[in-house]
Design a protein around this ligand. Sequence first.
Ligand code: CMP
Length: 140
Amino acid sequence: MSSNYTFSMIKPNATAKNITGKVNAYFEAAGFKIVAQRRVRLTLAQAQKFYEVHKERSFYGELCEFLASGPVVAQVLKGPNAVLKAREIMGDTNPEKAAEGTIRRDLGDSIGENTIHGSDSDENAANEIAFFFNQLDICE
Ligand code: CMP
């Protein structure tokens, strides 16, 4: 059975534009509850650790530098079938390919600066939640 929890993170291009509320309105309108949230600026080393699964990719360097370039909003979302549902709401990684009405289509700037990160599996969600939060931070 899939988990009711996923991790998402609003990226520095969106915190710079002061649209974190606008982004989260998409999740809340779809029935998600934000059960933990933290605004934080990662160091480059922390960003590299967070995106370690992508370390062999050609864009890893720029991806990590971008993530560390400004504040992010890390959060835990709760709702049925959370990983898949949140990915649907976010849309394709590339805003140009994302469906109308998705976060990345409406509010993403480019494939790198695509406004929102979301976990791609229950296992990665658990790891990414643990990267930013402990059990006491999650309040339902
Ligand atoms: P995210 O869901 O945060 O997971 C990894 C990120 O890598 C992804 O969103 C994109 O922002 C980024 N990414 C994927 N492909 C590319 C690419 N070709 N060039 C730059 N960044 C990319």
